[in-house]
Design a protein. Structure first.
Length: 100
C-alpha cells in the first residue's frame, strides 16, 4: 500500500518529477510504525507526561532523546533497493558506511 503522504508532484521541478518514485509501505515499515502501539498504554502515557515536563527545560528533540523516543526510519532495505534499482547482493564486498 502507499505511504500516508506523498509529494505534490506538479510542484516538483520537471527533471525531478520525471524520476520521482513514491515509496510503498512494506512489512518493515509497518513494523516500525506499529512499534509504539505494542507498548502498554501506561508506558506511552508516562513517556508523554515525562516529555511534557522535560520540555520546560529543553527542546522536544532533547526530551525525546532522553526518553528513548523519536526514533526515525528513513528507508527500509527493500525501499532502498527499489529506489536504487539494483540488487545489493550483486555488489562485491561491504558497502562503506552501510547500516545493519
Amino acid at each position: 500500500s502507499q505511504m500516508d503522504y506523498d509529494a505534490v508532484r506538479e510542484d516538483l521541478h520537471p527533471d525531478l518529477a520525471a524520476v520521482f518514485r513514491p515509496l510503498t509501505r512494506d512489512d518493515a515499515t509497518n513494523s516500525f510504525l506499529m512499534r509504539s502501539s505494542r507498548r502498554p498504554w501506561v508506558v506511552n502515557w508516562a513517556q508523554s507526561a515525562a516529555c511534557t515536563q522535560l520540555r520546560r527545560f529543553m527542546s522536544l528533540t532533547d526530551a525525546n532523546a532522553m526518553l528513548g523516543r523519536g526514533k526515525m526510519q528513513v528507508l527500509t532495505e527493500a525501499q532502498a533497493r527499489d529506489l536504487l534499482a539494483i540488487d545489493i547482493d550483486d555488489i562485491p564486498g561491504d558497502i562503506p558506511g552501510g547500516a545493519d
